[in-house]
Write a protein that binds this ligand. Structure first.
Ligand code: NAP
Ligand code: G4F
Length: 328
């Protein structure tokens, strides 16, 4: 019998990579799909990985508890990965309550749906390094205090503590992955890394001359999404649920990411990047740097992709897309 799993956020970056990983492991993969008027493009990432026909999709929304319960009763998953969220930090200042409803209360809805309909299922919550915000320690681990700096981070913190609370209150196998930034060719175009690699490809192909960015000094611990979804799965294979930091242990600035991306195609960022105040944020997370020692020791997990390789893969994918007029 195939193991059955349900992924929320299946159309997003991580949902696509996790689906591919679980299909390769022999799982029967189900995904929650929110209704969209643009049904022809919602599964673009799944198509890109060649797995769009292999996932059973269910109509549902994180804000609709009764619908979630129905999906849970129908699917009866052994593992549930809650990846759905309003995940763009900058938008969370424009849509703070929506972000709270989806990213925060939506996770509580998922915990309730599991508790009511399939309490034996193992549950993964997509927590975030953004919760460290105004960092309280130079290197962040599972014991570092949180200091959220955006409505998104505050919503994620609620979801995180609800996961811990359901584990302790109801003895659910609920784990939380505190994942640092992870990127890929499937990253949304609004996030800085993909915006840079798409911009570099456009400039290289003569389609644009400049790339407008915000804070070039912000530093992030960037890994590859393909590596990070393995850690999610490993967490649910443990006898005991727990929380884990998933990171590379290396931090780099937006400026350094730009230098690598422009350098990859033989260009200099100084000739093309302009700073535009519209991309600054009301409050910034200046630097993030994670310590993945616990994940290494207990899960046997380690990142496999260097920052240089990640940047190269993203730039090459964007060049290929633009040459082929593929849109993602
Ligand atoms: P993403 O690409 O933005 O994907 C978000 C997913 O959530 C999409 O499938 C989206 O559906 C879905 N969604 C949004 N609102 C929904 C709703 N109301 N009901 C049901 N589904 C909804 O995000 P990602 O980068 O894959 O990240 C996955 C998760 O990890 C997110 O929770 C994110 O906050 C968290 N996280 C990400 C990172 C990172 O660096 N990537 C780091 C730490 C934590 P549509 O396709 O319909 O929009
Ligand atoms: O790529 P970003 O938008 O990602 P951010 O805010 O770090 O959030 C991502 O990672 C979190 C994990 O820590 C996730 F939880 C979250 O869901 C998301 O996946 O911005 C990265 C940095 C910021 O400091 C931002 O100010 O890049 C800086 N930046 C500079 N110029 C820019 C730009 N960010 C964007 N999006 N666009 C710019 O033009």
């Amino acid at each position: 019998m195939k193991k059955v799993t349900l992924i929320t956020g299946v159309t997003g970056q991580d949902g696509a990579y996790l689906s591919k990983f679980l299909l390769d492991q022999g799982y029967e993969v189900h995904g929650l799909l929110r209704r969209s008027a643009s049904a022809d493009v919602v599964d673009a990432r799944l198509k890109w990985l060649g797995i769009n026909g292999k996932i059973k999709l269910h109509d549902g929304n994180l804000t609709d508890l009764s619908g979630l319960i129905r999906v849970m009763q129908e699917v009866r998953p052994a593992e549930v990965y809650n990846l759905a969220a309003q995940s763009f930090v900058k938008s969370s200042w424009q849509q703070p309550l929506l972000t709270g409803q989806v990213t925060g209360v939506g996770a509580a809805n998922m915990l309730e749906a599991v508790r009511i309909a399939c309490p034996e299922a193992r549950f993964y919550q997509a927590s975030s390094s953004e919760m460290f915000g105004l960092i309280q320690e130079p290197v962040q681990s599972e014991t570092t205090p949180f200091y959220p700096r955006s409505p998104y981070a505050a919503a994620k913190l609620y979801a995180h503590w609800m996961t811990v609370n359901y584990r302790e209150s109801f003895h659910m196998h609920a784990s939380s992955g505190i994942l640092f930034n992870h990127e890929s060719p499937l990253r949304g175009i609004e996030f800085v890394t993909r915006k840079i690699t798409d911009g570099v490809a456009r400039i290289k192909l003569g389609l644009e001359k400049t790339l407008a960015l915000g804070n070039l000094d912000a530093k992030r611990d960037w890994g590859h999404a393909r590596d990070y979804v393995k850690a999610m799965w490993l967490m649910l294979q443990q006898d005991k649920p727990d929380d884990y930091v998933i990171a590379t242990g290396r931090t780099a600035s937006v400026r350094e990411f730009c230098q690598l991306a422009f350098g990859h195609v033989g260009l200099k960022m100084e000739d093309h990047v302009v700073v535009d105040e519209r991309f600054l944020r009301p409050a910034e997370v200046d630097v993030l740097l994670g310590n993945p020692a616990k994940a290494k020791q207990k899960l046997g997990w380690a990142p496999e992709t260097s920052l240089e390789d990640l940047v190269g893969e993203m730039v090459e994918a964007d060049l290929q897309r633009l040459r082929g007029q593929e849109h993602l």
